[in-house]
Design a protein around this ligand. Structure first.
Ligand code: ADP
Length: 254
């Protein structure tokens, strides 16, 4: 039930492992810290990582009258979460489904979950542009505002895939809010010096060429890796790090 959701943000990436789920969860957690009512929907059916990233792996979905009640991260119910991970018996269970079954699960996530009056629903999508993305797009017609954030790493090979994400958004008519470059250099937690491990600037130049907004560079920061599994916002735990600055700027831009 998306009738009362004001804004949907899809988080897309061309490849897996570039930090899409980290960006999705940190965006949701930052919005919650700023006082917004947020939902986080994980439609990466074959590799759901949101329950782990938010330390909610032991949680289950409850059935309300004709709908599913999402899992809430907090007592105040400011952050509602839904993932196929909550429906699996074990974290190691594999979802081996063909397209139509995936399509129907995603429809249920959008139509049958009691999302209530969210300010933002963040959707963490699988890498690439597959059935899952098309199904989501087809079901977002009634949402007043909908946009996409693209996540990439600086390497050329990841950048090439991002072009396909941009084309997908343009073909389906979803406005691109901008592009985030993750893992851009290594930031030393002690002295904050940044060492460029991979090539640099690929995300920024792709954004310029594609005429989309560049939303910032997040360095490889072991403290960000360590936040995974805790369900805590970087802006709260590490207010002075570069990652927090990127998320603060991003939210000011919304
Ligand atoms: P994806 O959703 O694109 O597959 P994840 O968000 O799951 O990627 O990130 C992959 C791994 O990299 C995770 O272990 C995550 O904690 C780690 N990671 C992501 N971004 C950073 C970063 N900026 N600094 C350090 N570790 C990161």
């Amino acid at each position: 039930m998306l009738e009362e959701v004001k804004h949907v943000i899809l988080v897309l990436s061309g490849k897996g492992g570039v930090g899409k789920s980290t960006v999705s969860t940190q965006l949701a957690l930052t919005l919650k810290e700023k006082g917004f009512k947020v939902g986080l929907l994980d439609i990466d059916l074959c590799g759901p990582s949101v329950p782990y990233l938010l330390n909610l792996e032991d949680q289950n979905i409850h059935q309300g009258s004709g709908h599913w009640i999402p899992v809430y991260l907090d007592k105040e119910k400011k952050l509602a979460v839904m993932s196929i991970g909550f429906l699996l018996k074990s974290r190691n269970d594999a979802v081996v489904w063909r397209g139509p079954k995936k399509t129907s699960m995603i429809k249920q996530f959008l139509e049958d979950v009691y999302w209530q009056d969210l300010d933002y629903l963040i959707i963490d999508t699988p890498p690439g542009t597959s059935d899952e993305h098309i199904t989501v797009m087809e079901n977002l017609r009634n949402v007043p505002q909908c946009s996409a954030i693209i996540v990439t790493t600086p390497q050329q090979v990841a950048i090439e895939d991002v072009r396909k994400e941009i084309t997908f958004c343009r073909k389906t008519g979803i406005p691109i809010m901008g592009l985030i470059e993750n893992m851009s250099g290594y930031e030393c937690p002690t002295c904050s010096e940044c060492t460029n491990i991979f090539s640099t600037g690929g995300g920024k130049s792709l954004a310029e060429i594609s005429k989309i907004k560049f939303l910032g560079s997040i360095p490889i920061d072991p403290r960000i890796g360590a936040l995974a599994g805790k369900g805590v916002a970087a802006v709260k735990e590490l207010p002075d790090c570069t990652t927090s600055k990127v998320f603060n700027d991003l939210i000011n831009h919304l």
